[in-house]
Design a protein around this ligand. Structure first.
Ligand SMILES: CC(C)(COP(=O)(O)OP(=O)(O)OC[C@H]1O[C@@H](n2cnc3c(N)ncnc32)[C@H](O)[C@@H]1OP(=O)(O)O)[C@@H](O)C(=O)NCCC(=O)NCCS
Length: 464
């Protein structure tokens, strides 16, 4: 607010007729927010917003989304330009530091992301402890969390230098952790990161090379992966990012916070959607069965939904999907894939659903996961690794958001602690119905005594 300008407010009339003024805040895009921070302390009232569809949980200068117009900006730059014209490290530097790097900064950042890509040898032993058929996301939750045991000093989140160091380590090590999850689960020899390769190429090499023979990374495929990673880097306050911020608000170790983000990302309604897309295409099985699948998705009595369609925020088109669609077609053409049955089903499903009034009227367009599943399959990435790749990319956003949150917490500490609308029993007498306690047994009598004592005490007004 400009000096001297009157603070805009909204008036709310409470059930008892009292009128209160709630300040209105405005963000950089002009969007307005009711500032209800003082609502509960001053009136005892809370707002109710499961799923946080109308609630801003933080202020952030990292990512901007206009869901109606299909716009996604990282620090003010269009994600499409970053993916098409920039490289992974530029976008990661931008998200983390706020600006694209100078030549000097770029050299230092490239060097950091390269040199920190190795993991402690002892961490590699953790992979042996997992069952042979463990899902790679389960492994990733475990090993990312385990990093906190290797970097205990990272817990000093009040130290900006240490924070940045943790962010760099996480971005640099994630592809190594991911490739290790695949190689160890499949019994393949592990491949160490190669310093002469870029971020995406290094990952492909660790995934697909063998120590017994040379492996040349295909530059078209590594560029396709790089674009995919850039498009998935950040997406403001989604479920996993909010989870990372919530975990971090208690000043937890950053590696543990990122593990919590990986866990939140895993579900099919979030990062697991790209895997769910491929599973759905397999289930559909042939283009002739598409109309039946679409009919099921439209049937309100059937919980089946078309995976890879619709988005909580984008109601016209997902801008990342536009780029990913191009990337998908480029990769298929480069690899000369003309007869993959799943890809045929995907292309036909895209055509049918984007012309169906049910999907068009509800703004249910193919989202980024629909096409990224196709690209990753064409790159030879196993389906169970799709969400892992998403986690690798999203780590950049997670650490940038975590770092921003931690810096804000230094000025105004505030642990994330939502309220709830309680729908359970109010206080009842402890009287277990099982036989030996009995209605007048010693346990019940002792409980009555405690009730008497508790009810004679004054209750604290605010829950911890
Ligand atoms: C992403 C998603 C969770 C967003 O959900 P949301 O914003 O809460 O939207 P809603 O669940 O309120 O859906 C709005 C309407 O579209 C329908 N709808 C949403 N996604 C649908 C889908 N994939 N298939 C069929 N119908 C769908 C809902 O049934 C609802 O219909 P109604 O208005 O007649 O009741 C949801 O679209 C979905 O489940 N998509 C599939 C999973 C996916 O691809 N997730 C990755 C997201 S990047």
């Amino acid at each position: 607010m400009e000096n001297g300008a009157k603070q805009e407010t909204a008036k709310i009339v409470l059930p008892d007729g009292t009128e209160i003024e709630v300040p209105l805040l405005q963000d950089a895009s002009g969007a307005k927010f009711l500032d209800i921070r003082k609502l509960q302390p001053s009136t005892g009232l809370c707002t109710f917003d499961p799923g946080f569809t109308s609630t801003g949980s933080c202020d952030s200068s990292i990512t901007y989304i206009d869901g109606l117009k299909g716009v996604l900006l990282y620090r003010g730059y269009d994600v499409e330009q970053l993916a098409e014209c920039g490289d992974f490290n530029d976008s990661a530097h931008l998200l983390l530091h706020g600006e694209l790097p100078t030549a000097e900064q770029k050299a230092a950042f490239d060097r950091d992301l390269t040199l920190h890509s190795l993991v402690h040898e002892q961490l590699i032993m953790f992979y042996r402890g997992f069952k042979h058929d463990a899902h790679p996301m389960a492994i990733m939750v475990g090993v990312a969390g385990a990093l906190s045991a290797f970097y205990a000093n990272a817990a000093d989140v009040g130290n900006p230098q240490q924070r940045l160091h943790s962010c760099i380590r996480l971005i640099a090590k994630m592809p190594t952790l991911a490739a290790l999850a695949y190689r160890t689960a499949t019994g393949l020899p592990i491949i160490y990161p190669r310093n002469d390769l870029g971020y995406a190429a290094r990952f492909l090499h660790m995934m697909f090379a063998f120590p017994t023979q040379p492996y040349n990374v295909d530059p078209v495929l590594s560029r396709a992966l790089e674009k995919t990673l850039i498009l998935h880097m950040d997406h403001e306050q989604n479920a996993s990012t909010s989870t990372v911020r919530t975990a971090g608000s208690s000043h937890a170790n950053p590696f543990a916070c990122i593990a919590s983000g990986i866990a939140a990302l895993w579900g099919p309604a979030h990062g697991g959607a790209n895997e769910a897309v491929l599973r759905m295409l397999e289930e559909i099985g042939s283009p002739e069965r598409i109309p039946a699948a679409v009919a099921r998705a439209k049937d309100k009595k059937d919980p089946f939904r078309l995976m890879g369609f619709g988005h909580r925020v984008y109601k016209s088109f997902d801008p990342r999907a536009r780029v990913m669609r191009r990337v998908a077609h480029e990769v298929l053409a480069h690899l000369n894939i003309t007869s993959d049955p799943l890809l045929e089903i995907a292309m036909e499903l895209e055509r049918v659903a984007t012309h169906d009034p049910y999907f068009v009227q509800r703004g249910l367009y193919p989202n980024v996961d629909f096409y990224s599943g196709i690209v990753l399959r064409a790159l030879g990435v196993p389906v169970s690794m799709f969400t892992v790749l998403f986690a690798v990319a999203r780590t950049v956003g997670w650490v940038a958001q975590w770092n921003e949150m931690a810096a804000q917490q230094q000025i105004a500490p505030k642990i994330s602690r939502p309220r709830q609308m309680y729908t359970g029993h109010m206080q009842r007498e402890f009287a277990p119905p099982h036989a030996d306690a009995g209605a007048d047994g010693p346990a019940v009598q002792a409980s009555r005594e405690i009730t008497k004592q508790v009810s004679s005490r004054e209750r604290p007004s605010i829950a911890s």
